[in-house]
Write a protein that binds this ligand. Structure first.
Ligand SMILES: Nc1ncnc2c1ncn2[C@@H]1O[C@H](COP(=O)(O)OP(=O)(O)O)[C@@H](O)[C@H]1O
Ligand SMILES: [Mg+2]
Length: 360
């Protein structure tokens, strides 16, 4: 039925329990769960959750796009979000779309408590900015970047794709009390990538679904796990292990990979959050000592919600006149917290300490 390359039938979920619950997997699942629980706890101590969501979601958007060779700089990205500039690169636009897609997914989940196939289509649409939707024309194959060799042929027939997707979404929303949700996450991510339901954006949509799955299962409260950083550092393994499971039906190495990714990124994100909290504390002290007249909690928090700030943001957040807002930002620059830069016709003020932490 319209298949252009041998398509080895992708099995429906769930896999046989023994294949996905080996001793090694169970041990690693415990470690990943502990790290993630610690991250969830630390995120709760933040005075203002919006602070982190903005910054980490943007890092994830940038990182997940980078896996697909969509490259932008932190600077261009923040500028694109802060001012209306002409000449923003296509890559930066894609990363901004990715960020909006995570936000869209989170809000759908918050409203409904579960995800439907149509929601996945909406998320992918937001991401790729077209309405092609689920594949209906055969021809999509996965190739090795370097050799051009076909490594995997996903289902080609639209009916097969839809059947597999409805099986996927049932498992996605199903809460199996005695299977670790983190093992389930690894299985789901493999399955989604192997169904490969779209012409493009499958990798990024799948990685957004990972975050939504963690939130749905109350493993984190807000979309702040920066999983893509691990995949970037271990990209060859990511492709190799997806492939290995395609070819052999063996799950262990793939699941271990995903569990390590969760453990490692949880720890990195914990570290990042504690450095951000430290900087926040220092910034509050510095403003209180060096510019006591303009200190308010809201002003300092704004500088962390919007690492690239501008007059308008201050006006909106603090309900002050433009003149006052401009003076605040200039004073914050004088005491060494912000650094100004021209962007088009506007002046933006960069929280340099925060940007350093986010970059690292
Ligand atoms: N052998 C494989 N089996 C299943 N999925 C794979 C395989 N190799 C790569 N992938 C997935 O395909 C994604 C790339 O698909 P693509 O539709 O181009 O997504 P995007 O546009 O987000 O890059 C990779 O990020 C990976 O998740
Ligand atoms: Mg692509």
């Amino acid at each position: 039925m319209g298949q252009i390359a041998p398509y080895s039938q992708l099995a429906m979920l769930p896999p046989i329990r023994e294949k996905i619950e080996t001793i090694k997997i169970l041990r690693q699942a415990n470690m990943a769960a502990a790290a993630l629980a610690e991250l969830k706890g630390i995120a709760k101590t933040l005075p203002n959750q919006a602070m982190l969501i903005n910054a980490i979601v943007l890092q994830e958007a940038k990182g997940s796009s980078e896996i697909e060779n969509i490259l932008t700089t932190q600077d261009e990205l923040y500028k694109a979000l802060t001012v209306n500039l002409s000449g923003i690169s296509a890559a930066t636009k894609e990363v901004v779309n990715y960020r909006n897609a995570i936000i869209l997914g989170s809000s759908i989940l918050k409203k409904q408590g579960f995800i439907r196939v149509n929601d996945i289509v909406s998320i992918q649409q937001e991401l790729v900015n077209n309405t092609a939707g689920i594949r209906s024309t055969p021809g999509t194959v996965l190739k090795n970047d370097k050799t051009g060799e076909i490594v995997y042929t996903p289902p080609q027939d639209k009916h097969d794709i839809l059947d597999l997707l409805s099986n996927f979404i049932i498992q996605f929303n199903h809460n199996d009390q005695d299977l670790s949700p983190l093992i389930q996450l690894a299985v789901l991510h493999y399955q989604f990538e192997s169904i490969h339901p779209f012409y493009d954006g499958n990798g990024r949509t799948g990685r957004i679904l990972n975050i939504l799955y963690l939130i749905m299962n109350s493993l984190i409260d807000i979309p702040i796990l920066y999983l893509s950083s691990y995949i970037i550092e271990n990209k060859q393994d990511y492709y190799r292990l997806l492939n290995h499971t395609n070819k052999t039906g063996e799950w262990e190495d793939w699941i271990l990979y995903m569990l390590k990714a969760i453990e490692s990124t949880s720890m990195q994100t914990i570290d990042k959050i504690s450095r951000i909290l430290n900087l926040l504390e220092l910034t509050i002290q510095k403003v209180q000592i060096k510019a006591p007249k303009l200190y308010t909690k809201e002003l300092v928090e704004l500088l962390f919600e919007q690492p690239y700030s501008k007059i308008e943001f201050v006006v909106n957040q603090l309900h002050v006149e433009r003149k006052a807002a401009s003076r605040y930002l200039k004073e914050l620059e004088q005491i060494g917290i912000l650094q100004s830069q021209k962007a088009g016709r506007e002046t933006i003020y960069i929280n340099i300490g925060l940007i350093e932490i986010l970059k690292s």
